[in-house]
Structures are given as structure tokens and as C-alpha cells.
Write a protein that binds this ligand. Structure first.
Ligand code: MTE
Length: 333
């Protein structure tokens, strides 16, 4: 067995995770008279200040031009309402979890190394016919819309984000699963040359997640190609990621390269790493604590207060029916 060093958010109390460093940094910004990170354009400048202080990389601009950039912004689907303010773009795009690029939150600069073109997505397993689809062909053929979703990380921070993308149900139609398929297993790219985290062999790379076919075809399940009216940047999971707003954020797998339809329940990255802490279902429930911290409240990025967490992250009406009769199972972990 390799030496197993659990990532900090697995190992320590939430108070000891990098997010507390993040909030401490914000306090520092405030006391330096610069105010909170504001517009996207302001973020790199602030980050530069912080990085000088904390010794991180100097942020660099992304020089790649996304071939689908002309498609954005797209009209918002107002059926997906939100009661909290939309999180500042600068925060949502500089405070990330993407272990392929490091087990801390400031990976946005390192993630720019990911070449997001050419990029193709494999659809295989229990499907009528296996397909490999070029990402631009895919994006241009799907009905794009914007949806504002809540996102609740298992670490107890949250955000509200305007994603652009398409219903996963439409993608399942494109895949044409055969009658016996019950689950969709998804995989992130694997390239340790650009993703330094993938050189840490104690992690079970590639990052894998899974959902049932019923979950994948629930109208809320959304495949994301953009955010804040632009193509999604590398650090948020370019060029294609998942958004499952009723589940803890680790289910929303980034930078997808493969969808395998199967009758076997997939074992996810975190489940494989720490099975007593992370399960397959991971539905948000404020009353079911993580083994090491409460899930009753959450800290919205950019807010100075904690707010109560909601059952299914506020989406019970849409998804509770998926779990009828499963009360005996560990569906909130
Ligand atoms: N996907 C991959 N491939 N690798 C990751 O480390 N982290 C997950 C999820 N998807 C992760 C991932 C976690 S824990 C969260 S909270 C969200 O991505 C964070 O998404 P964001 O950085 O866009 O906020």
C-alpha cells in the first residue's frame, strides 16, 4: 500500500481546511482597504496581491480562444429560481476544488495548463453504439440554456452560479443506452504531465463519479459548458462538467472525457479513498452530519454569515421522489 495522505478536507476539521485560510485572506484584503473581490477583472489583481503575501504562483491570463465562445451568452431559463444572490464571478472562479491540480483552493492558475482543445468525449458501455464525439460538435448540437443553481460543497461552503449547458437527459438520449443500463459512470481526463495532483499516486485517478439513469435523466441534472455567460474556464471544469445541485459538490465531476452506461454501481473517487466518509448518493441533508463536522449550516462564498442548509440543497420538490422507499439506505452521505 502506498503511504496514504488524506487531503485536508478529508482529514481535518473544517476550521483547519484551506477555506479558513481563504477567509483569512479576505479579511486581509479588507484590512488593506481593497474591499472584497469584486468583478472578474478585479480578481487577478487581488489574487496577485495575495500571492505575493502567501507565495503562490502569479496568475496568468488564458490565451486560448474557445471555438464555441460565439455561442455565449445564452438566454436564462427562469424556471430555475434562486433566493440568494449570485456569487461574485471572481470568487467562484478563483476558489476551487480540482484535486488534479492540487489539494488546496488556489488551483486556478495551475489549471490553465489543461489543453481543452482538441477534446473528445467517449460514450460507451451499454449503449446501442459506442461513440466518440468532438466537444465542439457536441456543444453546437445541444440546446444550450443558462440556469442559476445553488452549489453546496461537502466542506460546508456554498455558492450560487449561472451555469450554461444542456440537460443531461438530452445527452442520455444521444447516447441511446440499452435496456439493462442502470447507471452512468463518468470519468475526468488523466494526464499527470499537466495535472500535478495526478502524480500523487495515493489518489485513485482518474476522478470518477456515478449516478443512476433516473438521476441522470432528472430534469435538474445539467451538463455544463459555460458559466457567467462565457465558456467555462479550466478551473471550473472545462470544457464539460456536471452540475447536480441537490448533491454535495464532489458529485459534480469536472473536465469529462468518458460516460459509460453500465448495470454496475460505480465506485466514485472519494468513496474509494474514504468509504466511511463519502458514499454513492451524497444527497444534501442538514440533519445528517459528516462523520467529522455538522452539515446543518453553510458559508456562502463572499458572505459574512452562515446560513441554514436545506434538504436536497433546496431541490426536494424536484428530486425527493427519486429516493422513495430508500429510507433505510445511506442516501445522505
Ligand atoms: N471534479 C474533479 N475532476 N476533480 C475534483 O477535485 N472536486 C469536486 C467537484 N468536481 C473535483 C471535481 C468538488 S469537492 C467540488 S465542491 C466541486 O467540483 C467544485 O467546483 P468549483 O471549483 O467549480 O466550485
Amino acid at each position: 500500500m502506498p503511504t496514504f495522505t488524506k487531503p485536508r478536507w478529508v482529514l481535518s476539521e473544517r476550521e483547519a481546511t484551506p477555506e479558513s485560510i481563504f477567509y483569512a485572506r479576505r479579511t486581509l484584503i479588507k484590512s488593506a482597504g481593497l474591499g472584497m473581490i469584486g468583478a472578474a477583472v478585479a480578481a487577478p489583481a487581488h489574487a496577485g496581491l495575495l500571492d505575493n503575501i502567501f507565495g503562490a504562483d502569479t496568475p496568468t491570463a488564458d490565451s486560448e480562444v474557445d471555438p464555441t465562445a460565439d455561442l455565449y451568452p445564452v438566454p436564462r431559463n427562469e424556471a430555475y429560481t434562486h433566493t440568494r444572490p449570485i456569487t461574485d464571478e471572481g470568487l467562484a472562479t478563483t476558489y476551487n476544488n480540482f484535486y488534479e491540480f492540487g489539494s488546496h483552493k488556489r488551483i486556478y492558475n495551475a489549471a490553465q495548463k489543461l489543453a481543452i482543445r482538441p477534446w473528445s468525449v467517449i460514450l460507451d458501455g451499454m449503449v446501442e453504439q459506442e461513440q466518440t464525439i468532438d466537444i465542439d460538435t457536441l456543444i453546437r448540437q445541444m440546446p444550450l440554456e443558462e440556469r442559476v443553481y445553488r452549489h453546496r460543497c461537502v466542506e460546508a461552503w456554498s455558492m450560487v452560479v449561472p451555469w450554461t449547458g444542456f440537460a443531461m437527459a438530452d445527452f442520455v438520449k444521444l447516447a441511446r443506452p440499452t435496456a439493462g443500463a442502470k447507471y452512468v459512470r463518468m470519468e475526468t481526463f488523466e494526464n499527470p504531465e499537466v495535472a500535478s495532483g495526478q502524480r500523487q499516486s495515493w489518489y485513485p485517478w482518474p476522478y470518477v463519479e456515478g449516478v443512476t439513469l433516473e438521476e441522470a435523466t432528472n430534469p435538474l441534472a445539467f451538463l455544463v459548458t459555460g458559466v457567467y455567460g462565457k465558456p467555462v474556464p479550466e478551473q471550473n471544469g472545462a470544457p464539460l462538467r456536471l452540475a447536480l445541485p441537490w448533491k454535495y459538490g464532489f458529485k459534480s465531476i469536472k473536465s469529462l472525457v468518458r460516460f459509460t452506461f453500465t448495470d454496475q454501481k460505480p465506485v466514485s473517487f472519494w468513496e474509494e479513498l474514504a468509504p466511511t466518509e463519502y458514499g454513492f448518493w451524497a444527497n444534501v441533508n442538514p440533519e445528517v452530519a459528516h462523520p467529522r463536522w455538522s452539515q446543518a449550516e453553510e458559508k456562502p462564498l463572499g458572505a459574512d454569515e452562515e446560513i441554514p442548509t436545506q434538504l436536497y440543497n433546496g431541490y426536494a420538490e424536484e428530486v425527493a421522489g427519486l429516493y422513495k422507499g430508500m429510507e433505510g439506505e445511506r442516501i445522505y452521505f
